[in-house]
Design a protein around this ligand. Structure first.
Ligand code: GLN
Length: 211
């Protein structure tokens, strides 16, 4: 009973996600065209560059079909640029930037600033007993989250974190999950496992056959 989980593969950090999804028992496949999307029970949108990703998704006629699947309740997990792609609202985007939307959040692109563009740290994560070692690369944070959004992780609320203190960096709303950081890097597969469980439970409730 392994669900088929696609990784949006027109741009970004695809390979690591495929590897981790396979390792946690999903059937993972790259998605570059509609026929591939149609085979998927769930989708990962990787890190990369959100301002390029939406354009490629449009060029390859995947943008509207993915948006439609999101509306129909397909589970989607966005990491970093993928979080931006799932956000209903973006701060510091380009003037023409579009997102798929679905998560009632406002994200700020490159929020941690250029000086500290990449860093790592341990975060408590809802539903996991031990902290997650989170790797941030030119990451967004969640500036504002609507009432239906469950906060899964925040930056520690201590003054050493400066403007980042207490910022939301992982969320879930219904079938959609997103992290500002890169759980596919670093060998900790617990967040992917959580997503695969979400996809599997959704397949059971909708009666989708996952072989
Ligand atoms: N800054 C990138 C963007 O705006 C995201 C960086 C990443 O995915 N590692 O899309």
């Amino acid at each position: 009973m392994s669900p088929t989980i696609g990784v949006f593969a027109l741009q970004g950090d695809v390979r690591e996600h495929l590897r981790v999804l396979d390792a946690v028992g999903a059937h993972a496949m790259g998605v570059r065209r509609l026929g591939e999307l149609e085979q998927c029970d769930g989708l990962v949108i990787p890190g990369g560059e959100s301002t390029t990703m939406f354009k490629l998704a449009r060029t390859f006629d995947l943008f509207e079909p993915i948006r439609q699947r999101v509306k129909e309740g397909m589970p989607v997990f966005g990491t970093c640029a993928g979080m931006i792609m799932l956000a209903d609202r973006v701060e510091d985007g380009t003037a023409d930037q579009e997102t798929l939307g679905g998560l009632d959040i406002t994200v700020r692109r490159n929020a941690f600033g250029r000086q500290v563009a990449s860093f790592e740290g341990d975060l408590d994560f809802a539903g996991l007993d031990d902290p997650v070692h989170a790797i941030f690369i030119r990451a967004p944070w969640v500036e504002q989250a609507g009432p239906g959004v469950e906060v899964l992780a925040r930056i520690d609320d201590d003054s050493a974190a400066g403007a980042a203190a207490g910022r939301i960096v992982a969320v879930r709303q219904g079938s959609l999950m997103a992290t500002s950081f890169h759980p596919e890097v670093g060998g900790d597969d617990r967040i992917h496992r959580m997503f695969v469980d979400l996809v599997s439970s959704r397949c059971l409730t909708t009666g989708t056959d996952t072989d």
